[in-house]
Design a protein around this ligand. Structure first.
Ligand code: GTP
Ligand code: MN
Ligand code: MN
Length: 462
């Protein structure tokens, strides 16, 4: 009974990193409404609105952790992230009483809100640019495309050109195909390189707005120069439509002086638009939400019979390849390795083996020179892919940072700072009392350093 008691009580713990926040929760109606208010505040911009956005987000996050559907105001009144928020409370009350919030409906029907939402769907267009375009009397993507008075960035030009593709959710299957394409190239360039799907997919989401790939190598230092080589190899095979490479800006001082709630880290990275050949995804597209069976069929990856015979683990999804911390494989229910520790390390081995199997067996399929000249018959879809390089010594921290969610990171970093006098980033953990960096090999160790109970990635959907 004590364990169930503590279970209900930690769900209203102060920091969301102390709670379990599942992907599918019981209060979607309320959280969707609060997230509209959050989005509106984000679109409006400015310091005051960004604190308002955060307050809406915190309220929504608190509701996601509740073990059942809220029916009555009394059930939420004392949640610490709702207590002070009159606006949040009013909206929640309205929905509980009327079934909907007229304020939220009005926002969703508002031309400004709808237009800025469409504009911010353009890769490279943030809220400020979205507002600016609206103020220039632009009301549609066509208006933006035709407008002579704006200097579109290269990003935005691509964002407009591939708007529909990029705004079609990426499926888990597509993410896995992209991971395998990248892993195959990486493996050929530098055997042992690991390529891990992080971001929303690693938290159990079945779709996402992009694919976040964390790339590393078990030998510290070997990752240097790797990104350029991988990009070159992908480029030669016509997989890349657009790349924006940012060099590593990491130094020891950076982690000590990190600004609180700073999202960007200092890793070498590439924000890209990837050309994903349709023929690599077509045959499986209907199975893409079935995470237990995701694998690359023979139709998509050509392996010689000899390779297949040599292959002990022919697919990424084979039984037992799963891992708790797991970010590439789809074993949400396989928590059996839970107690054995060192899950990150196992994950690393798993992935380098997987990548090794596929080494150079990919048959690039597209005559993309011909097709890129004629978008009408494009046989690939544009997908947003983030490639991030991390040295092995920072891997666990980078993994935690890129698994997210954004709100989870914010909360655990706040917690570290306020409760432990430590600075947590995607590079490491700095103990300000001891004036020392604390290394960690696994995410589990990071939680231990912070005296927090471990939370699985799928429990970090705040
Ligand atoms: P979808 O892509 O929409 O499914 O959601 P997501 O959770 O994957 O979000 P996103 O791809 O934007 O980012 C993935 C995770 O990486 C999030 O938790 C972010 O907080 C984190 N992230 C994004 N950009 C950066 C960055 O520059 N530095 C660090 N450290 N983390 C980042
Ligand atoms: Mn993502
Ligand atoms: Mn991303």
């Amino acid at each position: 009974s004590s364990s169930s008691a503590s279970k209900t009580c930690y769900q209203d713990a102060k920091y969301c990193c102390q709670r379990i926040t599942p992907l599918n929760h019981h209060n979607k109606k309320l959280t969707d409404a609060l997230e509209v208010l959050e989005k509106q505040a984000d679109f409006l911009g400015g310091d005051n609105n960004s604190s308002r956005a955060l307050a809406f987000r915190k309220a929504s996050t608190a509701l996601k952790a509740l073990p059942k559907t809220v029916r009555n105001m009394r059930e939420v009144e004392n949640l610490c992230d709702l207590k002070g928020g009159k606006h949040c409370k009013r909206v929640v009350q309205e929905i509980l009483e009327e079934g909907f919030s007229s304020e939220v409906e009005d926002i969703m029907n508002d031309e400004w809100f709808q237009t800025v939402k469409i504009f911010t769907g353009v890769f490279g267009c943030g809220a400020a640019t979205g507002r600016k375009w609206f103020d220039m009397k632009l009301r549609s993507l066509e208006d933006v495309r035709r407008c002579q008075d704006i200097n579109l960035t290269t990003e935005q030009k691509h964002g407009l050109k591939f708007y529909d593709d990029i705004n079609t959710p990426v499926t888990r299957h597509e993410a896995d195909v992209i991971q395998q394409i990248v892993a195959a190239e990486a493996q050929q360039i530098l055997p042992g390189t690991t390529v891990t799907v992080t971001g929303g997919f690693s938290r159990g989401k079945t779709t996402g707005h992009d694919v976040d790939l964390l790339i590393s190598h078990p030998e510290e230092g070997k990752e240097e120069g790797l990104l350029a080589q991988i990009l070159y190899a992908l480029h030669k095979k016509d997989f890349l439509e657009y790349t924006d490479v940012q060099n590593s800006s990491y130094n020891e001082a950076a982690i000590r002086q990190v600004k609180r709630n700073q999202v960007m880290d200092h890793f070498e990275r590439c924000f890209s638009i990837f050309r994903l050949p349709k023929r690599l995804i077509q045959d499986r597209s209907e199975l893409n939400t079935d995470q237990s069976t995701v694998k690359l069929g023979e139709n998509t990856l050509k392996m010689s019979p000899k390779d297949q015979a040599n292959t002990q683990r022919p697919t990424l999804a084979e039984e037992g390849s799963g891992d708790v911390e797991d970010t590439t494989n789809k074993t949400q229910n396989q928590d059996n390795s839970d107690e054995t520790g060192n899950a990150d390390d196992r994950n690393v081995r798993t992935q380098s083996q997987d990548a090794g199997l596929l080494d150079s067996k990919l048959t690039p399929c597209v005559d993309s020179e011909a097709t890129s000249l004629n978008d009408g018959v494009r046989d690939w879809v544009a997908r947003r892919v983030d490639l991030i390089i991390t040295p092995h010594s920072q891997y666990a921290y980078a993994l935690m940072g890129w698994i997210g969610s954004r709100m989870f990171n914010r909360s655990i970093r706040d917690y570290a700072n306020r409760e432990m006098n430590m600075t947590l980033t995607s590079h490491g953990l700095f103990d300000k009392t001891k004036n020392a960096l604390i290394p960690a090999k696994t995410q589990r160790e990071i939680f231990e350093h912070l005296k927090l109970q471990y939370r699985e990635p799928k429990e970090r959907n705040c």
